[in-house]
Design a protein around this ligand. Structure first.
Ligand SMILES: Cc1cc2nc3c(=O)[nH]c(=O)nc-3n(C[C@H](O)[C@H](O)[C@H](O)COP(=O)(O)OP(=O)(O)OC[C@H]3O[C@@H](n4cnc5c(N)ncnc54)[C@H](O)[C@@H]3O)c2cc1C
Ligand code: FES
Length: 270
């Protein structure tokens, strides 16, 4: 875990509430894995006091060397302040943090699922899986409230992914929720993936875990939680999980240390 100032390379609006933030931080970029995250201190003052967690969206090893990108959605004070930061300013990063996605011994069907800003960690995961010589097929199911939520689609297509879009208002793609359409589609496929990689809101993650259990597929879910410290000290991010092997009682895992990526079967859904 490293604490470093990172220079802002770009801070580009993709829509009214989504921004791509480019940061130069070779020490973190060299070791961070897909699904891990950084805690960002946006400015050197008491307001906002706490760092904010963000996943790594993409790495740019050569452009310039050691740069990385975050995709953030403006939801409150910290992210609003982030929109005012200019190239040449710095933020302070703590990372790499947490346990990212794991890659089972399989080189076939790759299935990613994203809900809204849950798309944030998936391009880095997709690039890594594509580079691991998976045969495919490569498929992303991406759901949002409306068409404006659906960013980065062309990037996935460029990586060779088929992208299945679902919006709640039906403005683009299928109408409804990803979880309503994904299971009937999966059942029609010749082959099932060994694992579903998913990031999105809690109800979506729960449906994905339940569907994966019905279809006997494993699921790796990047879970959201309110985080105070990011390093296991404040216990603000606890998630109720099934008893570890040999134990009788459920336990509380820290999303910041034991996650954010969990096997769907580990979680006790509330
Ligand atoms: C491991 C991890 C990775 C994340 N990666 C990304 C990312 O790549 N891009 C991105 O846009 N966001 C990401 N988030 C969520 C992001 O950290 C919060 O949106 C951000 O901290 C909000 O800060 P704020 O000061 O703008 O909002 P605040 O003023 O702190 O809060 C505004 C509202 O957002 C809610 N909120 C704040 N944090 C969270 C959270 N973690 N989960 C659910 N609701 C929350 C609050 O309850 C409140 O209603 C991630 C969260 C975690 C735990
Ligand atoms: S954020 Fe403090 S323990 Fe997880």
């Amino acid at each position: 875990m490293i604490l470093r100032n990172a220079q802002i390379l770009f801070n580009k609006p993709m829509s009214t509430e989504l921004y791509h933030l480019g940061l130069l931080c070779p020490d973190i970029a060299v070791s961070i894995q897909p699904g891990q995250f950084v805690m960002v201190r946006i400015r050197d003052s008491f307001d906002p006091l706490l760092r904010r967690p963000f996943a790594i969206h993409r790495l740019y090893p050569n452009d310039p060397p050691g740069s990385l990108e975050i995709l953030y959605k403006v939801v409150g004070k910290g992210t609003r302040l982030l929109t005012t930061m200019q190239p040449g300013n710095s933020v302070n990063l703590l990372g790499p943090l947490g346990r990212g996605f794991r890659f089972p011994n399989d080189n076939g069907f790759v299935l990613l699922v994203a809900g809204g800003i849950g798309i944030a960690p998936l391009p880095y995961l997709a690039e890594t899986l594509a580079a691991h010589k998976h045969k495919g097929p490569f498929v992303l199911w991406f759901g949002g409230k409306t068409s404006g939520d659906l960013v980065c689609v062309q990037h996935f297509k460029d990586l060779g992914f088929a992208v299945e879009i679902v919006t709640e208002d039906g403005s683009i793609g299928r109408k409804g929720l990803v979880t309503e359409h994904l299971e009937p589609w999966l059942i029609q496929q010749d082959e099932l993936p060994k694992v579903i990689y998913s990031c999105g809101p809690y109800p979506m993650q729960r449906s994905i875990a339940e569907m994966a259990a019905r279809l006997r597929i494993s699921s790796q879910l990047s879970m959201e939680a309110l985080m105070g410290c990011g390093v296991g000290a404040c216990l603000s991010c606890s998630l109720r999980c099934r008893p570890p092997q040999g134990a009788a009682d459920p336990h509380y895992a820290n999303v910041c240390q034991n996650g954010p990526v969990f096997d769907g079967e580990e979680i006790i859904w509330e």
